[in-house]
Design a protein around this ligand. Structure first.
Ligand code: ADP
Ligand code: MG
Length: 335
C-alpha cells in the first residue's frame, strides 16, 4: 500500500495506535497540539536532537527500514547516556518521499519501538512530504537526579580515562556493508554489521556513572574515539594520554583489519558510530568499585589512559609516543 492511500493523518493514527495511551510522567501524548510532561521533583531535564538524511547518513536499499528506525533512536539515546540521563519522551519527525510505501514506514516504526527502552514514550512528532528522500529527526527528553549530569567539560588533570565496550566494530561493519571487506567467519560478519546497523546506547553505564556522584565527565563516541576524546579535552582544557595497547578492540574487527592490510588501530581510533561512552574518574576516588558495578551490570569497561594538563590527545604504543592519524573522524562540511 502507498502512503498516499492513508495520507498524513492515517499514518499518524497508525503510529498512535501502536504507541498507546500516555503514562506518567507524560500526561498528554500523541494527538493534541503538543505533549505535556509533568516532571518529577528533584530532577534535571535533559534534551537532545539528531537528524538523519537519506544519502548522507544512510542509503535506502542499503539499510533495512527496521534497522533505520532502530538506529535513529539509538543514536539519540546515546546522547542521553553520555549525559547520564534516563529517557522519558521521544519526538519523531519524518520527511517521507511521495512514492513511499506504507510498509516501509511500518517497518521503520517497528525498529524504532524495538530500540525503545522501558520508561521512554513516543509522545509526538511531525509528518511531512520530502521530495528529496527520507529525513528522520528525533528529539529526546530525559531526566537525571538534580546536579548529576555528566559533562564534557568536567575532566581534570589526574583523572583516569575509561571507555565502555569495544571500538571500531561499527566502522568494520560499514566496510563489510560497502563491499570493501568480507570476514571469513559468518558470525563475525553478523556481529560487525549489527554493530553498525543496530548500535546499543550505553544507557545503563551512563546511569551508573551519574548515580555514583563520583563521575562528572563523559562523552559518547559518535564521530570516532580520537575526535570525541579531542572534544572532551578541548571542553575541559586538558590533554589526554592514551595507551593504544589498552584500547578495547574485538577479535572480529582486528582480524578483518589485518586481513585487508589495514592498521588495526585505524577503525578503533577514527571509525565513527561506536556509541560507546568515554568517561573520566579521579584516580584517587572509588574508581575500582564503580568499574566493578559496571562490569556486574554487563558493561565491559577498559582503562585507556589519563588526563594531564595541556591540550589535545597524545598516543603511546608500548610506552613510546606514536603519531596521531591525520584524519581523526567524521566532520560534516569538511572536505
Ligand atoms: P499540528 O498540525 O497541530 O502540528 P499534526 O497533525 O502535525 O498536528 O500532529 C498531530 C499529532 O500527531 C501531534 O500530537 C503530533 O505530535 C503527532 N505526530 C505527528 N507526526 C508524528 C510522528 N511521525 N510520530 C509521532 N507522533 C506524530
Ligand atoms: Mg505538525
Amino acid at each position: 500500500m502507498k502512503l498516499g492511500d492513508v495520507g498524513e493523518f492515517g499514518l499518524i493514527e497508525r503510529i498512535a495506535r501502536r504507541v498507546g495511551d500516555a503514562r506518567p510522567p507524560v500526561s498528554v501524548g500523541i494527538g493534541d497540539d503538543a505533549s505535556v510532561l509533568v516532571p518529577p521533583a528533584g530532577v534535571d531535564l535533559v534534551t537532545t536532537t539528531d537528524t538523519l538524511i537519506q544519502g548522507v547518513h544512510f542509503l535506502v536499499g542499503g539499510t533495512p527500514f527496521e534497522d533505520l528506525g532502530y538506529k535513529s533512536l539509538s543514536v539519540n539515546l546515546s546522547d542521553l547516556a553520555a549525559m547520564g540521563a534516563r529517557p522519558l519522551q521521544a519526538f519523531l519527525s519524518l520527511g517521507l518521499p511521495p512514492d513511499c510505501q506504507l510498509e516501509e514506514v511500518d517497518r521503520f516504526i517497528d525498529g524504532f519501538l524495538e530500540a525503545s527502552p522501558p520508561g521512554l514514550q513516543l509522545s509526538g512528532g511531525d509528518t511531512v512530504m520530502s521530495p528529496g528522500g527520507w529525513v528522520v529527526s528525533v528529539t529526546l527528553i530525559g531526566q537525571c537526579p538534580a546536579g548529576r549530569v555528566l559533562l564534557r567539560s568536567a575532566a581534570r588533570p589526574g583523572d583516569l580515562v575509561f571507555v565502555t565496550g569495544t571500538l571500531g566494530d561499527s566502522a568494520a561493519g560499514l566496510s563489510i556493508i560497502m563491499g570493501k571487506s568480507a570476514p571469513e567467519d559468518d558470525s563475525d560478519r553478523r556481529y560487525l554489521v549489527k554493530a553498525h546497523n543496530r548500535p546499543m546506547a550505553q544507557l545503563e553505564a551512563g546511569r551508573i556513572l551519574s548515580d555514583s556522584g563520583v563521575c562528572r565527565c563523559a562523552i559518547d563516541v559518535s564521530d570516532g574515539f580520537l575526535q570525541d576524546l579531542g572534544h572532551l579535552c578541548s571542553s575541559s582544557r586538558v590533554r589526554a594520554e592514551v595507551d593504544l595497547d589498552s584500547l578495547p578492540v574485538s577479535a572480529a574487527a582486528e582480524n578483518l583489519a589485518r586481513m585487508i592490510g589495514l592498521d588495526p588501530f585505524l577503525w578503533p581510533l577514527t571509525g565513527g558510530e561506536d556509541y560507546q561512552l568515554i568517561f573520566t574518574l579521579p584516580a584517587d576516588g572509588p574508581a575500582r568499585s564503580l568499574i566493578f558495578s559496571m562490569e556486574k551490570a554487563g558493561t565491559r569497561t577498559s582503562r585507556v589512559g589519563r588526563i594531564v594538563s595541556g591540550e589535545g590527545v597524545v598516543l603511546f604504543e608500548q610506552g613510546r609516543p606514536r603519531p596521531v592519524p591525520p584524519r581523526t573522524g567524521h566532520n560534516h562540511f569538511r572536505a
